[in-house]
Design a protein around this ligand. Structure first.
Ligand code: ZN
Length: 504
């Protein structure tokens, strides 16, 4: 790097870092909005958020910043994998995408998302799909325009998927998810036909909120969420957000008569948090300090929630503690019965309450339907029927109302099309990473039984967290596991677990 180039690179990094600081203030307003804000403050908060979002956008499309990035990119070879070259490549890619979207389309998308969510809320409350349909049609039209403006390698859906899973292709993800569906449907059926059922009433006994709060904090800290650099608060809809190095916020909700929601919710969000806390702080604000994709992010939360938290040996360590925290609820319950109950699998209507086996079928239904709508093969008007038909085919159940069917998720109303597959990608990646970790570290269940999660956590730090965006998701999986995206490890995991529990 010549002296001049080095100076320009420094300037570009300074600009990007300051933009990231501004974005973290925007995030902070978002955290506060969902956690603390009194209803009366919503309107002013919207004004604050819009102002900041505009300022952040301006910094991204800044002309000089763009010129400098283009110059640096032209100077470095495509196969240069130095830190500087990777930073420039990733920043340029992000900036180019922002520049391609006309301001008028960005504003129209954001306006339609606000109106769409209002219409969806009312439609859901009144179980009236027709009320939402015009907004959905408008959203689809705008998403097609967005895809055309951004450009795509093979099909318009690629452009939308890329927003959440950079550089991933529909043609790569589609067949893997189809394979997953083809194998999951018979598995779910055989579980259903096994006739075995855990006693899940034990999860709906008296679980005092205050004891839950202490228990989930103990578990989150044990797996490695650092409370000195993070917080746990209560919200209606749990989430994780990072406000910068040393400040990661997670949230949960407590039900006094249900164990799972807070406990597994916190393991999930803490998994997201551990990823954020593992990103290299010295790279903050630059691509090497940022998460790879939503799919990789979700792999970290699912790994801790399901592969650790729903592992039998995890409860060898944690069930005696659970009994101490909840003597009235669990005093007469065996660890095996508890373990079966928290791993119950059965077809249900609501995605967010689904178990490990059926969850992906909920996602695949949405993935197939949104692609069909975007391609114009399915009219929005026919969506409820198509939805119900797929639920019948894949899960063997039919929603009695649209409220429990097609109107249950906020995503489409908020313009989030191309988002759903990242949930399943997270599950697939989690299984691939966990299988690889076990092949390198030996049986991890032994360390879980002792409450030792360090070997797995350090492995994830080393293999995934510390790299930031050095690799794309596909490169990361390939580098770590020696193969591309695959449904096999997840299917092996699910079959192994349910074979034992349901005696298949
Ligand atoms: Zn998540």
């Amino acid at each position: 790097m010549s002296k001049d180039t080095a100076r320009v690179f420094e300037e570009v990094c300074r600009h990007a870092r300051r933009t990231a600081v501004m974005a973290s203030i925007h995030e902070f307003l978002g955290w506060d909005e969902r956690t603390m804000l009194p209803p009366g403050g919503a309107e002013h908060r919207a004004e604050q958020s819009t102002l900041l979002a505009g300022m952040i956008h301006q910094r991204w499309v800044d002309y000089k910043f763009g010129e400098q990035l283009d110059g640096l990119a032209a100077d470095s070879a495509d196969n240069d994998d130095s830190d500087a070259a990777v930073i420039v490549r990733r920043l340029k890619r992000q900036r180019d995408k922002r520049v391609k979207l006309p301001q008028s389309l960005v504003e129209e998308l954001s306006r339609t998302a606000v109106m769409g969510q209002q219409a969806w809320q009312e439609a859901r409350n009144g179980d009236d799909f027709a009320m939402f349909q015009p907004l959905l049609e408008r959203t689809l039209e705008l998403k097609r325009q967005q895809a055309e403006a951004l450009g795509y390698p093979q099909c318009p859906y690629d452009a939308l998927l890329d927003e959440f899973e950079p550089e991933e292709l529909t043609a790569n993800v589609g067949p893997v998810l189809e394979n997953l569906r083809a194998e999951l449907v018979p598995l779910v059926t055989s579980i259903e036909q096994s006739g075995r059922k855990p006693d899940c009433s034990i999860l709906h006994r008296d679980y005092p909120v205050e004891a839950q709060d202490r228990f989930v904090r103990e578990a989150a800290a044990a797996i490695g969420f650092d409370f000195r650099r993070g917080r746990l608060d209560v919200t209606a809809h749990p989430f994780c957000c990072s406000l910068g190095p040393g400040d990661c916020r997670i949230t949960t909700r407590y039900y006094p008569d249900f164990f799972n929601a807070a406990f597994f919710g916190v393991l999930h969000e803490a998994g997201h948090g551990i990823y954020e806390q593992g990103l290299p702080a010295e790279q903050y604000g630059l691509p090497l300090g940022e998460f790879v994709s939503l799919g990789i992010h979700e792999s970290q939360s699912r790994l801790w929630e399901n592969f650790v938290g729903r592992n039998r040996e995890f409860w060898t360590c944690f069930f005696p503690k659970a009994r101490e925290y909840f003597p009235a609820a669990l005093g007469d319950v065996s660890a095996d019965d508890f373990f079966f109950a928290i791993n119950e699998s059965r077809p249900s209507l609501i995605r967010v309450e689904a178990d490990e086996a059926t969850y992906n079928l909920h996602i695949l239904i949405r993935f197939e339907l949104e692609r069909a709508m975007l391609d114009g093969q399915l009219d929005a008007a026919d969506l409820p029927d198509a939805w119900n038909e797929k639920y019948r085919q894949y899960l063997g159940i039919t929603p009695p109302t649209n409220r429990e069917g097609v109107l249950q998720d906020v995503h489409w109303s908020a313009g989030l099309i191309g988002y759903f597959p990242t949930y399943s990608l997270g599950n697939l990646y989690a299984a691939q990473f966990f299988a690889q970790a076990e092949s390198e570290l030996g049986n991890l269940a032994n360390s879980f039984a002792k409450g030792d999660f360090q070997p797995l956590r350090e492995w994830l730090r080393e293999k995934i967290h510390r790299h930031g965006q050095r690799f794309t998701a596909a490169e990361l999986v390939e580098t770590i596991t020696g193969r591309g995206l695959s449904a096999q490890p997840l299917l092996d995991h699910l079959r192994g677990k349910y074979r034992l529990l349901y005696q298949l």
